[in-house]
Write a protein that binds this ligand. Sequence first.
Ligand code: COA
Length: 284
Amino acid sequence: MPSPLDALPIRRLTTHDLVSCADLSENRGWPREEHKWGLLLTAGTGYGIDAPGGNGLAGACVVTSYGPGLAAIGMLLVAKEYVRQGVGRRMMQHTIAEFQDTALTLYATESGQPLYEQLGFKTTGKATRVLGRFQPHGLAPTVATRPATASDLPVIVRLDSEVFGEDRTHMITRLPAFADQLRVAEDAHGITGYAAAWPNMDTHVVGPLIARDTATAKALIASLAAGTERPLRSDIDVRHDELLDWLKNSGLEPVGSTAVMVHKIRDLPGDWTRRFAPLTVAAG
Ligand SMILES: CC(C)(COP(=O)(O)OP(=O)(O)OC[C@H]1O[C@@H](n2cnc3c(N)ncnc32)[C@H](O)[C@@H]1OP(=O)(O)O)[C@@H](O)C(=O)NCCC(=O)NCCS
């Protein structure tokens, strides 16, 4: 059955829509996450449908392009008053059409997954969300870390492109302003990993987390934890089970999971063995 919502246009969102986007998150019982919405609406392309009667947004999503071959879809949200009336499907079909020459990826919640499957997305992996106050345990990490400096940025961007498999310069160069901490790990030959901790509601989210090996990832997390009083949150690729076990033993509890899905490609590019956590599940 056609719904009156089908006639409502899909428009580009701008930073002027930030509060409406946060209201939409709240409408679905999600945290407002205005800091994250701000990043996504500036570094990515937001799409939205205005609710009838000028009452906020009926639906929204954000696409972040990495270039030139991959775009990440995130924050697909439909206000509870308008669910199951085709808004989510229409937003996704619009996005797929806009990015028809680009491979797509997203982290799916349980409620989003059936829709994505109907649209041809395939599950290729899984991430576990962990949350809690970090309590150091066992031997202190031996890998050296330090705060990143401006002159590290080109090296970080190069390392990130190699591991992520696409150029994320426009996102990575925003990290010094977006994150509260940006740290690198290094050995005698240079930088072997980097990680950011950015403020989200009452937590600090650890991501991106890119590291040569698990020992390096642990050292980066422990050093970020030492710089905050807040609980840490991160979305760890489940293949990194050793890191997940260590995090659980360090006071971070699993609180949920998302399916990593792809469209038009069989798997994500890059090197998953060095990719431990995304910047955010909303942007890859
Ligand atoms: C998931 C979400 C975006 C779907 O939006 P929507 O406008 O309600 O979806 P549509 O009406 O376009 O539904 C399309 C299809 O998806 C499937 N679907 C939608 N919601 C579903 C649910 N809760 N459980 C199972 N399947 C669901 C159905 O197959 C549906 O088709 P049907 O109604 O003809 O059976 C929306 O419910 C939402 O905002 N959820 C909370 C936030 C979230 O989890 N977003 C996904 C982030 S990855």
